[in-house]
Write a protein that binds this ligand. Structure first.
Ligand SMILES: [Zn+2]
Length: 339
């Protein structure tokens, strides 16, 4: 038993780039902070990630009478509301500036739950400005919030984004250009990735995870193919330092700080699993037969789950159903026509 666990741990450790493995925050009740770039931090709260962008150490002098915007605190996602106090304390250890922008990468409660608390949070000691932050999400996310799938509670108005965008939203904030980019029909149909161009950091939201198979919320328009497209898009944007390692840093929705090599590995996994299940669907296998064939077996030690909201079985079923619906129907196996 012990030997087995040891082997798995060694295998996991070897798969991580050394420069990243040494500095991963732990997951527990505290908010853990990892500096990713001079003005970008990754905050980890209960297994959920927040990206924090702050003012650069030096900024041009403010011209009297001009718009106060342009500098301050920007957050990507706010996790669940119960972490708001600890998150704000962690932010205030880094910046006293008011929170001006919150960007939501998806609709999930562990991405938008702290919106209200953090949008209304006052500036820190000596910080100026008290207006509520602008909360930004893709238009589909707002539509999903307004009309939740059957059986799911409506999200309170106060937690909802105040601003919507279509396709791409371009911003200039804290001295760098930021692109908020819609990833259609991926984890949901309202996902965004956030690209900090000068810092060379991408917040991937739930299109990329280092701890689970892609979570595909079909009730909100999510699709496996959209996740693969989203991962390919991140690979297009990311630039490696050497051999797909280092370079652009990628903050997943859940899990550890990553680089292009990690996303490449994850993208390859999704394509391999998709192709395996596709072959089985083409052979006319039933979902029970596909599950019995264990198309994810070699990845289960890393991404699999037998309990919780997103089990390996649920993932396989979701991919199976999507492929079955998209592949052309097989010719009938009998030649006799009943009618
Ligand atoms: Zn998530």
């Amino acid at each position: 038993m012990h030997t087995q666990i040891g082997t798995v741990l060694v295998a996991v450790a070897l798969a991580f780039p050394v420069w990243l493995a040494a500095q991963q925050p732990r997951a527990d009740d505290d908010v853990h902070v990892l500096q990713v770039a001079p003005t970008i931090y990754m905050l980890v709260a209960g297994g959920n990630n927040v990206t924090l962008q702050v003012e650069p150490a030096t900024r041009p002098p403010r011209v009297p009478g001009t718009y106060l915007g342009g500098y301050g605190v920007l957050l990507v996602d706010t996790v669940t509301a119960d972490y708001s106090g600890k998150l704000l304390a962690a932010i205030r250890r880094i910046s006293q500036a008011p929170i001006r922008y919150i960007i939501n990468t998806s609709i999930d409660a562990d991405h938008i739950g702290g919106n209200e608390n953090l949008a209304k949070a006052p500036a820190g000691r000596g910080g100026r400005g008290g207006a509520a932050a602008i909360v930004l999400g893709h238009e589909n996310l707002l539509l999903q919030l307004a009309s939740p799938p059957a059986g799911q509670a409506k999200i309170p108005q106060a937690a909802m984004p105040t601003d919507a965008y279509l396709d791409v939203k371009e911003m200039w904030f804290n001295g760098e250009s930021i692109q908020v980019i819609h990833q259609a029909a991926a984890h949901t149909d309202g996902d965004s990735i956030v690209y900090f161009r000068k810092s060379d950091v991408i917040s991937a939201g739930d299109i990329f995870s280092t701890t689970t198979y892609p979570v595909i919320d079909t009730s909100r328009g999510g699709r496996m193919q959209g996740v693969i497209d989203g991962l390919n898009h991140i690979l297009d944007l990311a630039v490696p330092e050497t051999n797909a390692e280092g370079g652009t840093k990628i903050i997943p929705g859940h899990g550890r700080l990553s680089d292009e090599g990690d996303v490449l590995e994850y993208r390859n996994m999704t394509v391999i699993v998709r192709d395996r299940i596709q072959d089985m669907v083409k052979k006319g296998m039933t979902i029970a037969q596909v599950k019995a064939a264990k198309p994810t077996l070699d990845y289960d030690f890393r991404y699999g789950a037998t309990t919780g909201p997103w089990t390996t079985e649920k993932f396989i079923e979701t991919v199976y159903n999507e492929l079955k619906a998209t592949l052309p129907a097989r010719p009938a196996t009998t030649t006799k026509n009943k009618s």
